[in-house]
Design a protein around this ligand. Structure first.
Ligand code: NAD
Length: 361
């Protein structure tokens, strides 16, 4: 029998899940308080109402971060397995709570870190584990994105640290470029909640938001690896994020958005599995492992928690920022942020440690 799939949250990234649900199973219903136009399945204003009216096997949750835990719990307690978008939870307390619900209900939870299902990521992880790049000297991730006012204005939770007292933690490291930290942790074999020794944060913002948009974060894993994340949403132009493994015998670069792997011997582009198809296969045969189980997002959630608890991001001085465009197109460009990101990544150093201009008081 085909898997009966419901999708909660369909207007943003959820549109891709609606397509996947039709491809890998039967899309039986949608929950969204803003009903989509022209859709051929029943639409409910809430997941609660959907679950009361519909038998489902899998619920995909692609809603604002602060709604993840209540919706995930609702779906799991209704007997469904879930694909929960990243970041799965906005705090360690929420992570621990949802871990217990998953254990109690015995249901499966796949987390929406699709880069973990990339053959490029997995091949590089195997190479690192086998010592193919020599001794591991560190891992860095660079993200140079350009986000305009329309992105931050699209929803009340965008760019917020909290909303109505509830944690959101929608910053550059934890949400738009979350795959960078998650992939770097996977490459180190440090995805679990106990795999993190410390997280140092160095958070800044040019936009008029609560969260960070230009940040470095250094994660030290229990096995002793330094992972340096250097990202911005204020680049002069959008480019592909990269995760770089620095080994004593060479360096590898993973572009997880294109599944491309640059190794000392050459560059290759590999394929990517579907997280939803994998969850369906796991339901049929529990011997099929999930690409990103909820437990395997524990290390990443330690990073979210450190950013949640960090001081508010420091405002980047006007002298370092140029504004372009009008209305929804208006966007900040932090001067020369690309080269400071590259330098932070090469030196595994925080922006403050290399004295990036906006870090000086
Ligand atoms: N995996 C990825 O690469 C990726 C990319 C983008 C976004 N995301 C994640 O997907 C989630 C949604 O992000 P977005 O940017 O699409 O958000 P969005 O705010 O643009 O869209 C959220 C959708 O959820 C609906 N919604 C809000 N509350 C709801 C509720 N209680 N029940 C059902 N539907 C509800 C909204 O009406 C809207 O359709 C976030 O967790 C985000 O981090 C993941």
């Amino acid at each position: 029998m085909s898997t009966r799939i419901a999708v909660a949250g369909v207007h943003g990234h959820g549109a891709t899940h609606v397509r996947d649900a039709r491809q890998y199973g039967d899309l039986v219903a949608i929950a969204d308080p803003r009903p989509p136009a022209d859709i051929d399945v029943p639409v409910y204003p809430s997941l609660d109402e959907l679950l009361a009216a519909t038998e489902v096997d899998v619920v995909v949750i692609c809603t604002p971060i602060q709604t993840h835990v209540p919706l995930a719990e609702m779906a799991l307690r209704a007997g469904a397995d879930i694909l929960l978008e990243k970041p799965p939870t906005a705090s360690m307390a929420e992570f621990e709570y949802l871990s217990k619900v998953i254990e109690e209900t015995g249901r499966a939870c796949q987390v929406g870190f699709q880069a973990q299902a990339s053959a490029a990521t997995l091949q590089l992880a195997r190479l690192v584990a086998d010592g193919g790049l020599g001794e591991l000297r560190g891992i860095s991730a660079t993200g140079k994105w350009l986000r305009k006012a329309g992105y931050f204005d699209r929803a009340p939770w965008a760019g917020r640290r909290t909303l109505n007292g509830v944690a959101v933690v929608d910053g550059a490291v934890t949400n738009p470029l979350a795959h960078s930290a998650a992939a770097a942790l996977l490459l180190d074999g440090s995805t679990g909640v106990d795999d993190i020794r410390s997280v140092e944060t160095d958070l800044f913002r040019a936009n008029d938001i609560e969260s960070d948009d230009t940040s470095t974060v250094r994660i030290t894993t229990t096995r002793g690896t330094s992972i340096l994340i250097a990202v911005t949403l204020c680049a002069a132009e959008q480019s592909e994020p990269a995760v770089i493994v620095h080994g004593s015998e060479g360096r590898a670069v993973l572009n997880y958005t294109t599944d491309t792997l640059e190794l000392p011997g050459g560059t290759q582009t590999l394929g990517r599995a579907s997280l939803l198809e994998n969850l369906i296969q796991h339901r049929a045969d529990s011997a099929v492992p999930l690409y990103c189980s909820f437990a395997a997002s524990g290390g990443f959630t330690r990073v979210v928690e450190a950013i949640r608890l960090a001081d508010e991001p420091a405002v980047i001085p006007d002298a370092c920022v140029q504004w372009e465009g009008d209305g929804a197109e208006r966007h900040a460009i932090v001067h020369d942020v690309e080269s400071w990101i590259d330098r932070a990544a090469d030196e595994l150093a925080l922006f403050s440690e290399i004295s990036a201009p906006w870090t000086k008081a």
